[in-house]
Design a protein around this ligand. Structure first.
Ligand SMILES: C[S@@+](CC[C@H](N)C(=O)[O-])C[C@H]1O[C@@H](n2cnc3c(N)ncnc32)[C@H](O)[C@@H]1O
Length: 644
């Protein structure tokens, strides 16, 4: 079973349901408990502030509740906060480290709690959003470019309105495609403020807004700091009072098999065991080994998070125990919904405006992509807007952009997407190639290819050819590609937040079968590329799995079987280097050029990307002959190398 993820984009559940899912305590509930005391205190503060303001006082008062220390628990004793340090870290890590500026769910809640009670800011925000539709209607792309190029000189109401609605980060980025940047856009609210007569008529200027906003930010930061201090203090007290943690006896373990503890108790034990493991010399029980603690931890984490033993073992091999918890926690939270602008049909700025007009709350994904948007919430189904129907965007996970960014297909090239359905990457390739050249979109599954064809039509792709071969046969069907993408079938351990069944539905045989297939496919992908391509000669291998067996081990196998390729830089700006050794096994040093992406560090699906350059179409065989490999070990002998 395990904990279930809750999509930030979902309609919020009623509180009672939200707190208990599958009868288990969720992290959300823990967060709520943690912040309950703070919320109560803030309400008191707010009331005090209002009283002080009514009495003519201007100064921000230090909250009395805080001066008195944290709110006492019901039994009058200080209690440890419900959320562990590892969880706090996980929460912080769930913020996109590399680029995105999304707030985590509970951060958003905190921000809401911090909102002043006077309603002023809310009123301003509401009136802004009411103006959305008018301000963007009729703004065609020419107007938009003119507005952008006049940089700050705009004095029309429409421009003022536009600036109020658009996220600042979009204002400075008018590219709409990966390779162009029209620049322009307003730089800051200060500039805008120079010509905001219309707003002054309403008694509110942008400068006012900005000042108020800064004051509120400062107040919020102060509050957050106080809350942090309180929590740390409470944790320290508990730390000091804590008794030595004892592992359950063998009998207790047996009893728990039939009558498991409730989730909050298991969660506490997980925290305790991690605390011991992280300070083993000091906190261990002399009679217990590290393995004893690890065994208990695995049992508890399997139960708490709902993984099978096999996958739990595999994942624990990847991370330290603390980081493993961060990974598991991140898998309980849905990744942000992201869309890719289809630059064959729209520019990102225009698309963003159209969606904002529909009340969609969005932002660019990050600096690394000029076509991605994160959708925070939407009053309309994001997969059913007129813009979606018109093919202006694809709903696509941010991590799924990465293999295509790395592949970097060029105009007029011949590109193979070896396992293409449902077509997120095929259609991105076509867009980067501006519908020129040829994209062969292959997938072994005819069933899945229906969605591929539908997406190709919807997005207006006209340079794609769809086929249904087993990728392992491909070199015998067609070859000479400038670039090949192999987004391989995999176990999906990077996308557990989307598909929790991955936690339990794979065992050792599945991994064996998958890795064999991946190894055969990667050789076919390499053999399908023309090393003499004037513009390319590249292969990108990607998976949405984080296991080394499916990632580095497959790439290392390819390097050993195909000495006519080498790994090159993925050209991706972030991501962790791949492993060059793992559990006593060494991989080729160049594996450090591959990139790993994790939900808990990058707030995107777990992904792996490796990029090869093919150096020659032939390889030298052991018997000194040169062969042109054609995938899966089928070789055509070439003439013997002349004796030296
Ligand atoms: C990770 S998905 C591909 C996702 C796709 N690249 C995208 O971005 O939308 C892997 C795909 O591999 C296909 N597949 C599985 N075995 C295959 C094989 N032997 N040859 C080609 N495709 C295969 C599956 O049908 C599945 O659609």
């Amino acid at each position: 079973m395990g904990r279930r993820s809750k999509n930030k984009q979902d309609v919020p559940l009623p509180l009672e349901l939200d707190q208990k899912i599958d009868g288990k305590v969720t992290k959300r509930l823990n967060d709520r408990l943690k912040y309950e005391a703070i919320r109560t205190r803030k309400q008191q503060e707010s009331a005090q502030r209002a009283t002080a303001q009514r009495a003519g006082g201007n100064a921000r008062q230090k909250p009395a509740a805080n001066a008195a220390g944290p709110a006492p628990s019901t039994n009058g004793k200080r209690k440890a906060p419900a959320v562990s340090k590892p969880q706090k870290k996980a929460k912080a890590a769930a913020k996109p480290a590399a680029e995105s500026e999304n707030e985590s769910e509970s951060d958003v809640e905190m921000a809401a709690l911090d909102a002043p009670d006077d309603g002023w800011d809310k009123a301003v925000l509401e009136s802004d959003s009411e103006g959305d539709a008018d301000s963007f209607d009729g703004l065609d792309s020419d107007d938009e470019e003119a507005a952008a190029s006049s940089e700050g000189a705009g004095d029309s109401d429409a421009e003022d309105e536009e600036v109020k609605q658009m996220p600042l980060s979009l204002l400075g980025d008018d590219s709409g495609s990966d390779d162009s940047d029209a620049g322009g856009g307003m730089e800051s609210y200060d500039e805008l403020d120079t010509d905001s007569d219309g707003d002054e008529e309403d008694g509110v200027t942008f400068r006012d807004m900005e000042k108020r906003s800064r004051r509120l930010d400062a107040a919020r930061e102060e509050d957050e700091e106080l809350a942090r201090m309180e929590l740390d203090e409470a944790e320290e007290v508990v730390e000091g009072e804590r008794e030595l943690f004892e592992l359950p006896s063998a009998e207790q373990v047996e009893v728990e098999k039939d009558a498991p503890l409730d989730l909050s108790q298991v969660q506490l034990r997980i925290q305790e065991v991690i605390r011991v493991l992280n300070n083993f010399a000091q906190l261990r029980d002399e009679d217990k080994s590290r393995n004893d603690y690890m065994d208990q931890l695995k049992r508890d984490m399997c139960f708490y998070y709902g993984y099978n033993d096999f996958l739990m073992d595999k994942l624990l091999q990847l991370f330290t125990v603390s980081e493993a918890v961060e990974f598991f926690e991140a898998n309980e939270v849905a990744r942000p919904v992201t869309v890719r602008t289809n630059t064959l049909k729209a520019r990102r700025r225009e698309l963003a405006q159209a969606l904002i007009n529909r009340g969609v709350n969005l932002d660019p994904i990050g600096k690394w992509t000029k076509v991605g948007l994160t959708v925070f919430d939407s009053p309309v189904p994001i997969g059913a807007t007129p813009e979606y129907m018109a093919g202006q965007y694809m709903i696509q996970a941010a991590a799924s952009f990465l293999p295509v960014v790395s592949l970097a297909p060029q105009e007029n090239e011949k590109v193979l997407d070896m396992s293409a359905a449902p077509g997120g990457k095929t259609t991105y390739c076509a867009a980067l190639m501006k519908n020129t050249g040829l994209v062969v979109a292959n997938d072994a599954s005819r069933e899945r290819s229906r969605a591929l064809v539908a997406n190709i039509h919807r997005l207006g792709v006209s340079n794609a050819l769809v086929c249904n071969y087993d990728g392992r046969e491909f070199p015998k069907v067609m070859g000479g590609f400038d670039r090949v993408l192999l987004d391989a079938p995999c176990s999906g351990t990077g996308v557990i937040s989307k598909d929790a069944s991955v936690k339990t539905n794979k065992g050792p045989e599945d991994f064996e079968m998958l890795t064999r297939l991946q190894k055969e496919l990667i050789l076919s992908a390499i053999d399908s590329v023309n090393a003499d391509s004037p513009t390319g000669g590249y292969i990108v291998y990607s998976t949405c799995s984080v296991t080394v067996d499916e990632d580095e081990a497959v790439v290392d196998y390819a390097l050993s079987k195909r000495p006519n390729v080498k790994l090159v830089n993925t050209e991706l700006e972030f991501g962790r280097p791949g492993f060059t050794s793992f559990r006593g096994k060494s991989f080729h040093n160049s594996l450090s050029l591959t990139r790993r992406f994790y939900p808990h560090t990058h707030n995107m699906d777990g992904f792996f990307v490796a990029k090869f350059k093919k150096l020659s179409n032939k390889i030298q065989a052991a018997d000194n002959t040169f062969v042109v490999p054609t995938g899966c070990g089928v070789k055509i002998k070439q003439k013997k190398k002349r004796a030296q």
